[in-house]
Design a protein around this ligand. Sequence first.
Ligand SMILES: Cc1cc2nc3c(=O)[nH]c(=O)nc-3n(C[C@H](O)[C@H](O)[C@H](O)COP(=O)(O)OP(=O)(O)OC[C@H]3O[C@@H](n4cnc5c(N)ncnc54)[C@H](O)[C@@H]3O)c2cc1C
Length: 478
Amino acid sequence: MVKYHLVANDDSHALVLGAGIAGLLAARVLVDHFSRVTIIDRDDLPEKPENRNGIPQAHHAHILFVRGQRILENLFPGMIAELTSAGAPTVEWTADCPILFQSGWTPRFHSKLVTRTCSRQLLEWQIRQRVMEYGNGQLSILSSCQVIGLHGTKTHVTGVNIRHEHVEEIINADLVVDATGRESHMADWLQELGYPAVKETVVNSFLGYASRTYRQPRNRPDWKALFVMSNPGISTRGGLIYPIEDNSWVVTLSGRQRDYPPTNEAEFFEFAHSLRSPVFYEAIKDAEPLTPIHRYRRTENRLRHFERLSNWPDGLVVTGDAVCAYNPVYGQGMTSAGLAALVLHECLDDQRKHHPKGDLTGLARRFQKRLAKSNSVPWLMATAEDYRWPEVEGAPPNHATRFVQWYTHKVMAAAVQSPDIFQTFFEVTNLVKSPLNLFKPHILVRALMKHSESRSAEISAPPLFWHKRETLEIAQIK
Ligand SMILES: Cc1cc2nc3c(=O)[nH]c(=O)nc-3n(C[C@H](O)[C@H](O)[C@H](O)COP(=O)(O)OP(=O)(O)OC[C@H]3O[C@@H](n4cnc5c(N)ncnc54)[C@H](O)[C@@H]3O)c2cc1C
């Protein structure tokens, strides 16, 4: 492939801080525009799909949305086949994963909304291999290097300060991309360069996770994944059974409003037993555990408004969780990181059109503004749900958020009885379709007529496939 180099010198250099999903996807895009791309991570990156300190969330179920998988396949053709060969199961979500909504089980039917499901460790490792292959000769990774600050002036970032084995040095670059995640220090580093404080919006429903990986039992249920949602006013507790490679399940329990799931085995089972459906506990009670139980509690939605600073330095962009981290229970983070990579790609392409000589002026600011727009839909969806919880921390929701909350509740109530509504809802939450699709007349009318009842308990098993259910009902009537 012929590559265009944005900066008009022989050695244009982009530096990506963080080798998580957002950093790797940004690097993939940058390879098309810079003659050299360097990724820096403070971890010693493993040579196999393994846990590492910088990604504590990898112990927990990581759903890759349908949209996220499409972005990956687009950036790395053949990725789906590679995940399949590495053992990632295929899940057709509407057929293979019953979800216990607040108003009942979702219907089961075929929809072709399919993804490969795997551990976060395998997914990140696979992406890293493909980025290195794609950037062959152009891309390098510096591991065990901690970024400790920015280098530059008030108008222009020219590199970063790093620490490697107690030695500090400066690495220069034409573009620095911060993808250091939720704990990013970028706001502080900008202040050190003389910028004002970056405003943040935080919405916290105090959700905690506890997860353990199990070998799937021999007698498998008729589903591949199972999701029991919490229900405001009725149960703070939820859980997900998520199939991954090596015939394993990641079992993630979650509790809202500081009802944190325990890490002690007996209490973990007790918590699972207390979910709104006994099907969850029955599925895992005899399964063989493969790992200890890990917990995670930094789950607040946190939006850093870099786009609102009146001045923004050229040569610096911030992406992924470092800009917008969501409550993980909605599964949006990796797909949003993919969307951010696409925004970066668009901005670099536009820059090429408007500055054919390779000047980067204005690129970084334009990126932050467009990224803020791209993040707005998943942010609204996550926070509207979190505001259902009475003890949520954060400024009171605005009218748009209250409306989304009210209407989504009605759509979800209608969806448990209507496969077409559930399919559209699933496509919207998987960021495949615009939320405007939920306002089409055939959905709007049925949603508005629906009482959004909540069920206190669902002791029945998940439903049969929709077509089987219809046949059964007709047989019963006869
Ligand atoms: C418990 C949990 C469950 C989740 N479940 C899902 C899910 O189901 N689906 C989904 O899509 N998303 C999920 N997410 C979100 C998802 O993990 C992230 O949104 C996504 O991976 C993008 O993160 P990132 O690359 O921006 O940051 P991170 O994944 O946090 O990566 C940051 C990287 O930067 C490195 N780093 C940090 N500081 C420095 C420094 N100073 N110097 C050098 N390197 C540094 C770290 O070592 C790390 O490699 C979940 C998150 C959590 C916490």
